[in-house]
Design a protein around this ligand. Structure first.
Ligand SMILES: Nc1nc2c(ncn2[C@@H]2O[C@H](COP(=O)(O)OP(=O)(O)OP(=O)(O)O)[C@@H](O)[C@H]2O)c(=O)[nH]1
Length: 373
């Protein structure tokens, strides 16, 4: 029997959960919890990351043996939509053994800047995809601390909230009651039909996220587009040449992580989402002194405020053997987490900044001053 045989009951379409939510709102944290649970044990996970150096897939693979695909050459809602379609179509045979598919559910974690509508469109309208997959639901994480500000400032967040079947409100433990109430109230106005749940560090019964069953996603998507006042779901993205290296920092290539992560020349710029939002990735080969990095991070977050959207890092800190993972979401820094081992045995620091209207040179100049002294 072939897995292309759609007449067979075992070849029913594969349910897809679209996991979305703004930068740093807790998608990877949730995903790591979900894949530990029996109902997700045969899930294939696709992680789409913004910027040429991805960390999420490494943090995810550190926590599970499950099958995963990393897409980091751009955002699947815009610049690499065709890559998504191709990846989905190929996954059916790529993750098969002796004619049997090795996964029976798909979870797609989008970038924090993704518009879910074009992704839904790809799932439903690309014949080679729609033949095998069916949307099971859109789950959106919302950060209770920064959620209201993010909805004010970023249309992407508004779209993610508006399209959700389930809204998972994260970080209630560090939010004030006013922040939490205001966000829940606002979300009810934006998307009254979505279920809202409070999430503590990603902990939820995975079964609660299954079968959310949008009946007519196409119609709903069109309604939402109208509601958002936009005529088309097609995103247009400006592309620019890739980053130029700086003497202070080892290039990604030198650090030996080129394979599968750096874009080939004609590809869209993976670090650029639109004319304003950029990912700036830095790699350091030598261990970093914690006190200097801390001083620098507090300087840039206080100076650049809301325009510093997200900081992620896996760091080789002087005096420590294990990697330290740091997460900054706008003004909030989460407690760092020490991993058991260096993913893939590659010991070096990587720092990723997702910014609005902050040129790379500004970061390089200040970082250079701090780390040189
Ligand atoms: N206090 C608290 N922290 C949380 C909670 N959920 C997630 N976090 C923290 O928030 C930070 C960002 O979480 P991630 O899961 O990486 O967020 P993300 O949405 O995948 O981030 P991007 O990939 O940048 O879009 C991490 O430090 C998490 O530990 C929560 O419920 N409470």
């Amino acid at each position: 029997m072939s897995y292309f045989d759609t007449s067979s009951p075992s070849a029913r379409r594969i349910p897809v959960t679209l996991l979305t939510g703004f930068l740093g709102s807790g998608k990877t944290t949730l995903l790591n919890q979900l894949v530990q649970q029996p109902s997700m044990s045969r899930a294939l996970v696709i992680i789409n990351e913004f910027g040429e150096i991805g960390l999420d897939h490494q943090l995810f693979s550190a926590s599970t043996d499950g099958e995963q695909i990393e897409l980091s050459n751009g955002c699947i809602c815009c610049s690499i939509r065709t890559d998504l379609a191709k990846t989905l179509a190929e996954a059916v045979w790529r993750f098969s053994r002796e004619g049997k598919r090795q996964f029976d559910r798909l979870i797609i974690e989008t970038t924090g800047l993704a518009d879910p509508a074009p992704i839904v469109h790809t799932l439903m309208s690309e014949t080679r995809v729609a033949r095998h997959y069916a949307l099971d639901g859109i789950v959106t994480t919302m950060d209770a601390v920064s959620g209201s500000t993010t909805l004010d400032r970023h249309e992407e967040a508004l779209r993610q909230a508006a399209m959700a079947d389930m809204l998972l409100i994260t970080k209630q433990d560090v939010a004030s009651k006013e922040q939490l109430d205001a966000l829940c109230h606002r979300l009810s106005a934006i998307n009254p039909s979505a279920t809202q749940k409070l999430l503590d560090h990603g902990r939820i019964d995975a079964d609660a996220l299954l079968g959310l069953g949008p009946e007519d996603m196409e119609a709903r998507s069109a309604d939402i587009q109208r509601w958002l006042g936009e005529a088309s779901s097609e995103a247009s993205v400006a592309h620019s040449p890739t980053l130029s290296p700086h003497a202070l920092f080892a290039s990604v290539e030198k650090a030996g992580v080129q394979a599968g992560m750096m874009p080939a020349p004609p590809r869209p710029d993976p670090n650029r989402h639109d004319d304003h939002i950029r990912a700036h990735c830095f790699v350091f080969e030598r261990p970093i002194r914690a006190s200097r990095l801390e001083a620098w991070l507090s300087l840039v977050t206080s100076l650049m405020g809301h325009d510093m959207l997200r900081i992620k890092g896996m760091l080789d800190i002087e005096g420590r053997d294990r990697p330290l993972v740091i997460h900054g979401v706008q003004h909030l820094f989460h407690p760092p987490v020490e991993l058991e081992a260096w993913p893939g045995g590659e010991r070096f620091s990587r720092l990723i900044f997702i910014t609005r209207d902050i040129p790379r040179e500004t970061l390089e100049m200040t970082l250079g001053d701090f780390l040189d002294n």
